[in-house]
Design a protein around this ligand. Structure first.
Ligand code: HEM
Length: 520
């Protein structure tokens, strides 16, 4: 044992009362306790051009499911152990806040639902969650299909003239159009439109990403704030987005005042099914700044994440023709050329497993951020208040200790007759939407969205990496991006229409019998 504990022992034998000894030696004992967590020092220096969660994966093999990472004056606990993650996110979630995340995102999300903590978070969560009820999510399926149809028209043109397409930016625009309609009934039409508000949204987003990865918060330095041309541009963009949101809130308020609909649990205005409309009709008693923060939060949360999921799903599929062909068979059989209905979504089981597996290999975001609000014990280690914690979902999802062939894209690992995987049935080794009280509120929405887009696009097109495509590598913002885009060649599939003249869907003769048994 250490010198302080030997000394304490000695003094106690000499008859010094234990109460006094405990008081005197507490700082030493705390010190010993707190520093028992394995420490990785100075190892992260080499990491310049790499996505930051990749070296954390390597350190995980050396140091295990919890370790401390020091760089400069900062220290983070890196957690990759399912039991500890469950403790932080669920069992003792009240002891943790969003920490640095809320500091980084304050300029754009304010006290919106993602960064908010404590009472504001509780109140807002209670107000917003009911807006994403089943009837709303079902109505959104049509929004997903319409937007995908618009994207398909663009791809059609590219297929005709043999141009390559950069899918990552197209997916970003697709999901922006979708989330704008869903959250505040606004049509960005960003697939055709590149200026004004659309550009402003992207300026703001890029700034948020930059801040999440920048080592020094220059945006907080008073003089810098006034002279940096970049920050001036950001502030102008932010003002445009905020003004637009305020206008939309005002327009929606007038609509709600004029309408006769009675508010009830699954309330929805058919003309404007948006989340904003629900919130105003519910009599949500909230400042317009808070409402705007929440709308902005949902805009960003629902936009970048889904775009990233689609991008990596198409990348994974381009690397695995076997999975792609199985996927096409399911889509051809279940969906054909219809726009998907809610029933179809339930039957597109393999499609949904492909998305689940893509989310395992490329979780969005790859790391969750917390700060301890009080002392706690993580696994066998006591920690103190104010610890910054990174939960590496990437490590959990790719741990060879937790998964067979952890790095293999294998949708078959999720049986079609079993439940869709989630954090609960996977006991926190898999958490595509987080877990516990702060779990994603858009999980069902996003799952449907991803399945609709994937199904409709592979039904109509063949996708391949373009022969001259840059290598697909990762870089980080809030989600995982490619370094140089996902450049693909699209070809129209020569699928015969499989809707019979009577309007009854018929199954193509070429579909193997095995498909119908795998889809219930
Ligand atoms: C929270 C993932 C789509 C709104 C989260 C969290 C994850 C996540 C992992 C937990 C964050 C944490 O614990 O720190 C995803 C993924 C999506 C997606 C992968 C798409 C594939 C959406 C959509 C919306 C949304 C469409 C909006 C309707 C939110 C909000 C929170 C959240 C508001 C914060 C909830 C709270 O703190 O109470 N999301 N999300 N997300 N997500 Fe999503």
């Amino acid at each position: 044992s250490s010198f302080p504990s030997k000394l304490k022992n000695g003094l106690s034998k000499l008859g010094v009362p234990l109460g006094i000894l405990n008081f005197l030696f507490k700082p030493f004992e705390d010190y010993e306790k707190f520093y028992r967590i394995p420490e990785a020092k100075g190892q992260i220096a080499a990491v310049r051009n790499e996505a930051f969660f990749v070296p954390l994966y390597e350190l995980y093999f050396t140091y295990g499911g919890i370790f401390r990472l020091n760089f400069g004056p900062k220290a983070f606990l890196i957690v990759s152990d399912p039991a500890i993650v469950k403790h932080i996110l669920k069992d003792n979630s009240k002891a943790y806040s969003k920490g640095v995340l809320s500091e980084i995102l304050d300029f754009v999300m304010g006290k919106g639902l993602i960064p908010a903590d404590g009472e504001i978070w509780r109140t807002r969560r209670r107000a917003i969650v009911p807006a994403l009820h089943q009837r709303f999510v079902t109505a959104m399926i049509d929004v997903f299909s319409q937007a995908t149809d618009r994207l398909a028209k663009k791809l059609d043109a590219a297929a005709s003239n043999g141009e390559s397409v950069e899918m990552e930016s197209l997916f970003s625009r697709l999901t922006l159009d979708i989330i704008g309609k869903a959250v505040f009934n606004y049509d960005f039409d960003s697939l055709t439109n590149d200026t004004g508000i659309v550009e402003a949204v992207y300026v703001v987003l890029r700034e948020a990403e930059l801040r999440s990865t920048a080592p020094i918060p220059v945006w907080d330095i008073p003089i810098w704030k006034d002279i940096s041309p970049r920050l001036k541009k950001v502030n102008a963009a932010l003002k445009l987005v905020n003004d637009t949101l305020n206008d939309l809130i005002a327009i929606c308020k007038r609509m709600v005042e004029e309408e006769e609909l009675q508010f009830h649990e699954e309330y929805m205005n058919e003309q404007d099914p948006s989340i904003l409309h629900f919130l105003l009709a519910s009599g949500d008693d909230v400042s317009s700044k808070q409402l705007r923060d929440d709308l902005m939060t949902m805009l960003i949360a629902g936009h970048e994440t889904s775009a990233a999921v689609l991008t990596w799903t198409f990348y994974l599929l381009s690397q695995d023709p076997g999975v792609m062909s199985k996927l096409k068979k399911e889509v051809d059989t279940v969906l054909g050329d219809r726009f998907p209905t809610i029933e179809d979504l339930k039957n597109l089981k393999y499609t949904s497993r492909v998305i689940s597996e893509s989310l395992r290999l490329y979780p969005q975001p790859p790391v969750l951020i917390r700060r301890s609000l009080e002392e706690d014990v993580l696994g066998e280690y006591p920690i103190r208040r104010g610890e910054d914690i990174f939960i590496s979902v990437w490590n959990l999802h790719r741990s060879p200790q937790l998964w067979e062939d952890a790095d293999k894209f294998n949708p078959e690992r999720w049986p079609l007759d079993g439940p869709a995987p989630n954090e609960t049935n996977q006991n926190y080794r898999y958490l595509p939407f987080g877990g516990g009280p702060r779990k994603c509120i858009g999980d069902m929405f996003a799952s449907y969205e991803n399945v609709v887009v994937l199904a409709m696009l592979v039904r109509r097109f063949d996708f391949q990496l373009a022969p001259d495509a840059p290598p697909v590598k990762m870089t980080t913002g809030a989600t995982i991006h490619t370094t140089d885009g996902l450049v693909m060649k699209v070809r129209r599939r020569n699928t015969q229409p499989i809707i019979s003249t009577l309007g009854i869907p018929v199954v193509e003769a070429s579909s193997p019998a095995s498909m119908s048994s795998s889809v219930d």
